[in-house]
Design a protein around this ligand. Structure first.
Ligand SMILES: CC(C)(COP(=O)(O)OP(=O)(O)OC[C@H]1O[C@@H](n2cnc3c(N)ncnc32)[C@H](O)[C@@H]1OP(=O)(O)O)[C@@H](O)C(=O)NCCC(=O)NCCS
Length: 261
């Protein structure tokens, strides 16, 4: 399967009446939504009204107005999207956090999801009856990724990052990073250090891979990761339980779902 191509999209909040129809999701799918976290002044009260008290409080605690409005947009979009899987109103969804902080749906345990946001962009991954994790990072060329890899990642990752085309080092480093975040977020533990026991094994054309976990039992050692094609300057990955799933990229603006893109 090729790299799943995700376009970040923005949906104005005044059109949320069009969200009513339900979305079907098969057990072998992971559906991914790409979102631009922009919400205009006039839309903000409406977006905020969908949120829980806790989500509103978390947003209010953020110092910059930009971060506040992005947080509101991310959580409002998350609720709007999840509501279509659950057939429930966005503001009525009960989202609780596990003891490790992973948000989960209390009343719809089959629907699993994960959110990542960075610099005004977000990804939401949804699956049925399998845990899912997603991560997104912006490529920052000024960062010394070889130094970071030496400090945090495994020898195998370092060899991969240092080898090959030097112009692609940041991408190789970030693949090893987002793969870990996606797998650990699927597990619900979040980014857990140390990271050097595990390594990323890329397969085929590098659009997929397995994170090999150094400290796991043998049947849980290899965790499948699918990289997402997000356009220049971004690296993202999704991970889910098991090996038998494919990524479906969802189209926010047209409410079209393109299986296997
Ligand atoms: C969760 C974590 C992976 C976030 O990484 P990040 O790259 O900064 O942020 P991302 O945008 O990718 O993900 C953030 C989202 O992941 C989700 N999330 C939070 N905790 C999570 C967990 N344990 N597992 C899976 N997803 C989680 C949330 O939706 C969060 O967004 P929100 O806070 O706006 O609701 C990272 O903060 C972490 O590892 N935290 C958990 C462990 C921790 O805090 N340990 C400290 C104890 S010593």
């Amino acid at each position: 399967m090729g790299k799943a191509k995700v376009t970040f999209q923005r949906v104005p909040f005044e059109t949320d009446g069009a969200w009513r129809s339900e979305i079907a999701i098969h057990g072998d799918e992971v559906q991914v939504w790409g979102i631009v976290l922009e919400v205009g002044h006039s839309e903000l009260p409406r977006a905020a009204s969908i949120l829980s008290h806790d989500e509103r409080e978390r947003a209010e605690r953020l110092i910059s107005e930009e971060h506040r409005s992005r947080s509101i947009a991310a959580h409002a979009m998350l609720r709007a999207i999840l509501s279509r899987y659950c057939g429930a109103s966005p503001d009525q969804l009960a989202i609780r956090r596990t003891s490790d902080g992973k948000p989960v749906l209390s009343d719809y345990p089959s629907i699993r999801f994960n959110l990542t946001h960075s610099h005004g962009r977000a990804l939401i991954a949804v699956a049925r009856d399998r845990e899912v994790g997603v991560d997104l990072e912006q490529v920052r060329r000024e960062v010394d990724v070889v130094r970071l890899a030496r400090r945090f990642l495994s020898e195998k990752d370092l060899t991969c990052i240092e080898g090959g085309d030097p112009a692609q080092r940041h991408e190789r480093f970030l693949k090893a990073w987002v793969a870990r975040e996606a797998v650990f977020k699927a597990d619900g533990r979040g980014m857990t250090f140390p990271l050097h026991r595990d390594y990323l094994e890329l397969t085929g054309d590098g659009t997929e891979g397995c994170l090999v976990l150094g400290d796991a039992a043998s049947d849980e050692k290899r965790r499948r990761v699918q990289f997402l094609s997000l356009g220049s300057g971004w690296i993202g990955a999704v991970a889910a339980e098991g090996m038998d799933w494919t990524v479906t990229v969802c189209n926010l603006s047209k409410f079209q779902i393109n299986r296997g893109t």
